[in-house]
Design a protein around this ligand. Structure first.
Ligand code: MMA
Ligand code: CA
Length: 264
């Protein structure tokens, strides 16, 4: 390689051509300038592009960061929401348990009230029946012919000389739309025992031994008017008669035949 200086004008290009061969001198004087320019332009373009890319990335990153922050805020809100919902759920669970307990105690109270209601309804029905009976007995009675009136009640005494078993006597009373006499007072006992010193009355323990019941299904209350030593159930006696002159009661065999008195 050699260095040649042909003209003054070419001296200005010396610096850039110092390493060129003498044959390539004209060519090397033009190419480096152009190349430099293109490289410069390309560099500027690249730089500009790079700047755009960087700006784009920065903008993108900024958006990503703000999006991420929003997501963070959203996540926190979600966490708060989950926390609050969990608290609400627990509170509701407690409330449900409490309501369950309340409901079971209310059910128990309801059972008690229902049985009380039944008892009250039964006693109301009994009172209504009593009122009906009282109203019935209050009105002045008219007894059929052949019947005897005593304290506003009607009594029928079997014919003189007639005698029947307890069951047959009762059947006779029922046919007369009445029943064997029910004695509730000493007055009534005295009245009945004056008609016949021996007669069936409407009392028996044929359903259950020693459980004395009147023919209307009511229990004997207040001990009754038994003769001393009676009832003794001698030989299985289930029916009650008035016997002997003191007019008190004796349990007798239901199959014996004696007079009877009905009450309407
Ligand atoms: C009779 C009969 C019984 C009664 C006794 C009392 C012998 O039986 O009437 O029912 O208990 O007399 O002595
Ligand atoms: Ca007896």
């Amino acid at each position: 390689m050699s260095v040649a200086f042909n003209s003054k004008s070419e001296e200005g290009k010396r610096d850039s051509c110092t390493l060129m061969a003498p044959d390539d001198r004209s060519k090397s004087a033009w190419l480096p300038q152009s190349l430099v320019w293109w490289i410069g332009a390309a560099a500027v373009c690249l730089g500009f592009l790079l700047l755009l890319v960087i700006l784009g990335l920065v903008a993108q990153n900024g958006r990503a960061i703000s999006h991420w922050k929003k997501l963070q805020v959203g996540l926190m809100e979600c966490e708060n929401l989950v926390y609050n919902l969990t608290k609400d759920r627990d509170a509701l669970r407690d409330e449900r348990e409490q309501l369950k307990r309340n409901s079971s105690s209310l059910n128990k109270e309801l059972d008690v009230l229902q049985s009380q209601y039944k008892a009250v309804a039964a006693s109301r029905d009994k009172l209504q029946e009593d009122v009906r009976r009282l109203n019935h007995s209050k009105t002045e009675r008219n007894c059929h012919q052949g019947w005897i009136k005593f304290n506003n009640k009607c009594y029928y005494a079997s014919d003189k000389g007639a005698a029947k078993t307890w069951e047959e006597s009762r059947k006779d009373c029922l046919q007369r739309r009445a029943d064997l006499v029910i004695i509730t007072t000493k007055d009534e006992l005295d009245f009945v025992s004056k008609i016949y010193t021996r007669t069936w009355i409407g009392l028996s323990d044929m359903q259950q031994e020693n459980k004395w019941k009147w023919v209307d299904g009511s229990d004997l209350i207040g001990g009754g008017f038994w003769q001393s030593g009676e009832p003794n159930n001698s030989g299985d006696e289930d029916c009650v008669e008035i016997s002997r002159s003191n007019g008190e009661w004796n349990d007798a065999l239901c199959s014996i035949e004696i007079p009877w008195i009905c009450e309407d």
